[in-house]
Design a protein around this ligand. Structure first.
Ligand code: SAM
Length: 561
């Protein structure tokens, strides 16, 4: 136990200082030793410029028109630092499955495995997570979600940490997932067969779940389809005491239906059937909506009339949606069958012990993001999130992009994640000898690297090259159009990116883009503070001058001054 401080010899000034410090001390929340052993990668990122180096031989190119996904090999603090200047407020969903800190050497801090004998293992884990979660939060769009898998080892401290970073009011919920129904036979007390997902919104007032159905038995009930998606037909009349004519008089009114049943209206028409909410036994009920709502919904083709013998019945389209419970018991979430076996089927061996169920990640993506969202997993491990994104894009024609970050501990990146993603994109023969078609997509492979801040020619060259890589990544424009020492031009199908290193080349750059008729984002490296908007005033409609991220500019100025 720590010995008590003897204050009797302290001066009045020192005592006042101490009292003030104690007054300011946090009164509620999580407290841990965050300064004892700072993380090396955090210090490195403060002293040098963290960048990404493209590894072209690992890139995968299936087609120019396809989505380019990103895989970053390296420590994720480093990757998140770079993503902070390429993807700030761009990511709709972050799904992570960090090391659970079980005490069984399941993760490394400053290159050392952390086990149960480390008295500071909870402090180290909290510092490790806090540093990364702060960077991660900045990447989220206003409507974005962060979902973190966890088990009972760090559940409580993670909850307090996330409450602190995101704000308790942005806590969306805690989901229990039955991932291993058999449990563990050797457990002394409870045999754990579940783990958790903590769900936070960047801003709860903007974050919405999608109307999707994730349970197959419910999905089967939405058996009809129109241009707005899947639906089923339900009676528009409510038959329940609380919905009797007496209890809901405003919802008891006639609806008029043409003889061919195609036109439905509340405007009286003597040539139409007049339909009241009434059962065959003569009892009077109510429609589900008042006349005003009926008219609004009817404009969008919400109602269908059908003949039932001599009666005409009004049905309405009930669109695909489901209430999501916070205990997920479906067999598809079992990690052994839908995680480990899925991976083994692709790579032919037991390449990684703890992959998540592919369906678990797919369902999370379906509920919380859009079909064109950017989805980040910075503890990507074997790459389940990448496969889930590729699979969903194939299923629904979506244009989601994944960014996976993982270190290469036990070759998890180079021998598991990358080959898995490559096979899923390009196609492969599975462990049963069947040919599985590729799901398509492109991949850019990066490794984390630092540019030192000393002003050598080598560093100048390195910074220039890496800046191009990061700014084209920021813009998503990977096809090179022109490259020379003064400027470079890249493009994709929607836009161009220009990067100018020499102000004397403005005229030449303008000539090079004279025939371009899609937007150009322009970055200009300079030692001065000028934003150069006057120099490009003649191309204002086309060219947008963009600010170079401050962290890149700081090192640029140090190296080039
Ligand atoms: C529990 S696993 C994630 C498994 C993943 N959800 C899947 O389905 O394959 C955590 C992963 O994070 C990686 N990791 C741990 N510390 C990291 C760090 N500082 N930077 C990047 N990756 C890290 C580990 O190598 C491990 O593969």
């Amino acid at each position: 136990m720590a010995s008590r401080t003897d204050y009797s010899s302290w001066s009045r000034e020192d005592l006042i200082k101490k009292v003030n410090a104690l007054e300011k001390r946090k009164k509620y929340g999580l407290v841990w030793d965050s300064v004892r052993e700072p993380e090396k990668v955090v210090l490195d990122c403060q002293n040098e410029l963290p960048v990404l180096k493209e590894i072209p031989k690992n890139n995968i190119q299936c087609g120019k028109d396809q989505i380019t996904h990103i895989l970053i090999e390296g420590d994720n603090y480093h990757s998140l630092s770079v993503l902070n200047y390429t993807h700030e407020k761009c990511i709709d969903l972050i799904y992570i499955d960090p090391p659970f800190n079980t005490g069984a050497s399941d993760w490394k801090y400053n290159n050392n495995y952390i086990d149960a004998n480390d008295a500071f293992r909870h402090s180290k884990w909290l510092s490790f997570m806090k540093n990364r979660l702060i960077l991660a939060k900045r990447l989220l769009t206003t409507r974005g979600f962060l979902i973190c898998a966890i088990d009972a080892n760090e559940l409580f401290s993670l909850g307090l940490l996330l409450d602190e970073i995101f704000g308790e009011s942005n806590r969306v919920g805690l989901v229990t997932v039955i991932h291993n129904p058999k449990g563990r036979n050797l457990s002394k007390y409870f045999s754990e067969n579940s783990e958790f997902m903590m769900v936070y919104a960047k801003d709860i007032s903007s974050a919405l779940f999608n109307d999707v159905v994730i349970d197959e038995d419910k999905q089967a009930t939405f058996d009809l389809n129109d241009d707005q998606g899947k639906y089923r037909l339900e009676p528009f009349m409510r038959v329940r005491t609380s919905w009797s004519r007496k209890n809901k008089p405003k919802c008891h009114y006639p609806i008029y239906v043409s003889k061919d049943l195609k036109d439905i209206t509340i405007d009286k028409n003597p040539n139409y059937y007049e339909v009241f909410p009434k059962t065959e036994d003569g009892r009077e009920w109510a429609w589900k909506n008042v006349p005003g709502t009926f008219v609004r919904l009817n404009k969008n083709g919400y109602f269908v009339a059908v003949a039932q013998g001599k009666r005409v019945e009004i049905l309405h389209k009930y669109r695909e949606k489901q209430v999501f419970k916070n205990v997920w018991t479906n067999k598809k979430y079992q990690s052994e069958f839908h995680g480990t076996k899925v991976l083994k089927n692709i790579l032919g061996e037991n390449a990684f012990e703890y992959p998540k169920s592919i369906h678990l990640v797919e369902d999370i993506i379906k509920i919380t993001s859009k079909k064109d969202s950017i989805i980040l997993d910075f503890f990507a491990g074997s790459g389940t999130t990448g496969q889930a994104v590729l699979g969903l894009n194939k299923q629904d024609g979506g244009a989601r992009q994944f960014i996976l970050c993982t270190n290469n501990e036990n070759s998890i990146c180079t021998e598991v994640c990358y080959p898995r993603i490559q096979k899923v994109i390009e196609g492969y023969e599975n462990s049963k000898g069947q040919d599985i078609a590729g799901l398509g997509g492109n991949l850019k492979y990066y490794r984390t690297e630092f540019v030192p801040a000393s002003p050598t020619d080598k560093n100048k060259e390195l910074l220039t090259k890496q800046s191009i890589e990061m700014l084209t990544l920021k813009e998503g424009t990977f096809e090179k159009v022109t490259e020379n020492p003064s400027y470079v031009i890249f493009r994709n199908s929607d836009k161009y990116t220009g990067i100018i290193f020499d102000q004397l080349s403005f005229a030449e750059f303008k000539k090079a883009v004279a025939n371009v008729n899609i937007p150009i984002s322009l970055y200009i490296f300079s030692l001065a503070d000028d934003d150069f908007s006057d120099d490009f005033a003649d191309m204002r409609g086309l060219i947008k001058i963009c600010a170079i991220p401050e962290s890149i500019l700081r090192v640029y100025r140090r190296i080039f001054r």
